[in-house]
Design a protein around this ligand. Structure first.
Ligand code: K7E
Ligand code: RUQ
Ligand code: CUA
Length: 646
């Protein structure tokens, strides 16, 4: 059983004994009207857009709620042959990093942009864990428009959480690493002295949304797992969960979990920003890519940045504190009022809830238990609001309904537990099938949750669907949380491995979604009318200025291409109707296909390797004459003098 492996049999048995919880059966309690509640009639829209992380598939998936229908896979950190993302010349720069072109990543967390702590429907931010990056998607086009690599970081897990007016997106490193990759060639034994936990603050431009790595904070070399910004009264602060306070470099249970308590770290980001403004911090030379997709030219560029400002623990001495938190905290979630900070110790048999007011008082009263690597540690009791007793086993993540209740996922005991934030009483518990990771309530980490539904993203599916070989899709489960008790409504498979998710009412987005007007197309190789289509040879380079409209390409027959030429098909889709893309593919091409949206220009690069006749065609069924949307490219040997004909 996977869940047992996760913690080691010993600790699970110990936890079972501690809490006295009964293992759950597999029977499903579904209320009589569940089908009606999730049924979205043909032609009707869902009530919520649900953005779900793709985990190890590297993308972001869009679902409708309450139907659980998959609406779209948005390519972000992985190439997507379906629409040429990462294959077209325009999008290749989006996946550039200081390690070169990386076609994949591990995408865990999402944040919708906020204004005054409320979801505002402008942008969606996504993190990449493996090669640390943060992406921004434009919610008018649902396109990835920016990707910023994070230097001095590894396993970018504690991101992309944001401050309440989207001033900063934060990225905390999961692996402590030596500052500056160049200095990484050190003995692993020197972990305690050389390895740092780095927190990155990415400034967001208020109008354009453009990201800029404003500064980093060098923190003790522990693992930063998750984080959330404060809200309202705690809005100047950011809170991070940290595990491995023993600073062990092998995470065998005996090493990393021997400390009774790890930490929640509280960082005053406003003060940190003021320190940087006042000239504090040192410049660290490092390399990181900043990739931008320009929506008017429909072209991405990648720039390599060379340095970053880093604040030290000493610089941050009055703006960074730690609070002890029981056993390997994972989720770090702040309630809608900004007063309560929930730390979920995966190996703890309780949920500690801290009070922001108490924390501030403890700092003012210097009520410290000591220091950890130069960071003052506030006494546990001094910051504690209280503990939720016997909530279940393996608490991971908490979301809020805006009515004073919190909902925590329990990985080991496979359940969602509802509890009251003020008096910390457990109010309800419902099983999940099985081993829930994240859970999500629309707006559930904002100052104003939309409530109504809760989705549990489960790690293990086992017997819930028809077997599809040993590998099954992960499962999501939808609960109605509008009443006192949660009601399970629906099971549905997901794409990739979902971790965190976000949702907002469909009304906020659906009318702002737009397509591209051909007159706004500023692509350098755009062809705005069929009459302008042409083929231009420049030495070994051949530019094909091609148009597509129902149901033909222009030009559609080309001769005079030679083996070894670099042929660039710049295809402009002249359509100006909603949902009429054209595709473009050519036999033997190394770069997948193009899927060109109305008004846009995309470029496919092809270097033919053998002489021959190469058919090309439209891949997206666009009209009754779609199958006729085709042509030929004749390729002659290198050095031949077949004239250019088109
Ligand atoms: Cu709990 Cu990567 Cu947010 Cu998954 S993490 S579950
Ligand atoms: S590339 S994701 Cu097809 Cu021009 Cu657009
Ligand atoms: Cu164009 Cu099919």
């Amino acid at each position: 059983m996977k869940s047992l492996k996760f913690f080691g049999l010993g600790s699970v048995m110990a936890l079972l004994l501690l809490s006295g919880c009964k293992p759950k059966g597999t029977e499903t309690a579904v209320t009589g009207d569940a089908a009606e509640r999730v049924y979205v009639a043909p032609g009707k829209y869902d009530e919520f857009y649900n953005f779900v992380s793709g985990g190890f598939n590297g993308q972001v998936n869009v679902y409708g709620l309450p139907s659980g229908r998959l609406l779209k896979v948005l390519p972000v950190f992985s190439v997507n042959p379906e629409n040429g993302y990462g294959y077209s010349e325009e999008t290749k720069p989006m996946l550039q990093t200081s390690h070169g072109f990386i076609p994949w990543d591990d995408q865990h967390h999402l944040s919708l942009s906020q204004t005054n702590g409320e979801v505002d429907g402008r942008w969606l931010f996504a993190n990449a864990n493996n090669t640390p990056r943060v992406a921004r998607l434009d919610l008018k086009t649902f396109k990835t428009v920016e990707i910023l690599e994070i230097p001095n970081s590894a396993g970018n897990h504690s991101s992309p959480f944001l401050t309440e007016n989207t001033e900063y997106v934060v990225a905390g490193t999961r692996f402590a690493v030596p500052m500056d990759d160049e200095n990484g060639d050190v003995p692993i034994e020197s972990f305690k002295s050389n390895f740092k936990g780095v927190l990155s603050f990415i400034g967001i431009d208020k109008q354009s949304g453009d990201m800029d790595l404003s500064f980093q904070i060098e923190a003790p070399g522990i693992n930063f797992d998750l984080s959330h910004a404060g809200k309202k009264k705690s809005g100047d602060w950011f809170f991070f969960s940290c595990y491995n306070s023993e600073k062990a470099n092998t995470l065998l249970e005996v090493n990393a979990s021997q400390n009774d308590k790890d930490f929640i770290m509280a960082v005053n980001w406003k003060k940190a920003a003021e320190l940087v403004k006042a000239g504090k911090g040192r410049k660290v030379v490092t390399e990181y890519a900043h990739n931008k997709f320009d929506e008017s030219t429909h072209t991405a560029t990648s720039t390599m940045k060379k340095e970053v400002i880093v604040l030290s623990v000493e610089d941050m001495k009055d703006a960074m504190f730690m609070i002890p938190c029981p056993k390997s905290p994972h989720g770090c979630d702040i309630d809608p009022t900004g007063e309560y900070i929930v730390g979920s110790g995966k190996l703890a048999a309780l949920i500690p809830v801290f009070s922001f007011d108490k924390m501030i008082k403890a700092i003012a009263d210097k009520n410290f238990a000591g220091e950890f690597d130069g960071v003052k540690v506030i006494k546990y009791e001094a910051a504690l609001h209280g503990e939720v007793q016997k909530p279940g086993l393996g608490p991971l993540h908490t979301e809020f309904d805006g009515k004073g209740n919190a909902y925590t996922s329990m990985f080991v005991s496979s359940e969602v537990v509802k509890w009251n934030i003020k008096d910390l009483k457990v109010l309800d518990r419902q099983p999940t099938f099985y081993s829930v990771g994240h859970l999500m309530i629309p707006g559930g980490d904002s100052a104003k949750p939309f409530g109504k539904y809760l989705v549990a993203y489960n790690k293990i599916t086992k017997d819930r669907y028809l077997p599809t070989g040993p590998e099954l899709a992960q499962s999501a489960q939808l609960y109605d949380i509008s009443g006192d008790k949660m009601k399970l409504l629906l099971d549905y498979p997901t794409f990739g491995e979902p971790h965190y998710a976000q949702a907002l009412p469909a009304e906020m987005l659906k009318d702002q979604v737009k397509f591209f007007r051909i007159e706004d197309n500023k692509h350098p190789y755009a062809t705005k009318g069929e009459a302008e289509s042409k083929v231009v040879r420049e030495g070994n380079k051949v530019h094909v200025y091609m148009t597509s409209i129902r149901s033909h390409f222009a030009p559609d027959n080309i001769e005079g291409i030679r083996v070894g030429d670099e042929v660039l098909f710049h295809v402009t889709n002249l359509e100006q109707d909603w949902d009429i893309p054209h595709g473009f593919a050519i036999k033997g091409a190394e770069n997948a296909e193009l899927l060109i949206m109305p008004g846009e220009t995309c470029t496919l690069k092809w270097i033919p390797k053998k002489p021959g006749m190469y058919p090309m065609y439209c891949t997206d069924f666009c009209s009754a004459l779609h199958q006729e949307m085709q042509g030929y490219v004749r390729v002659s040997p290198a050095g031949s003098n077949t004239p250019l004909i088109y």
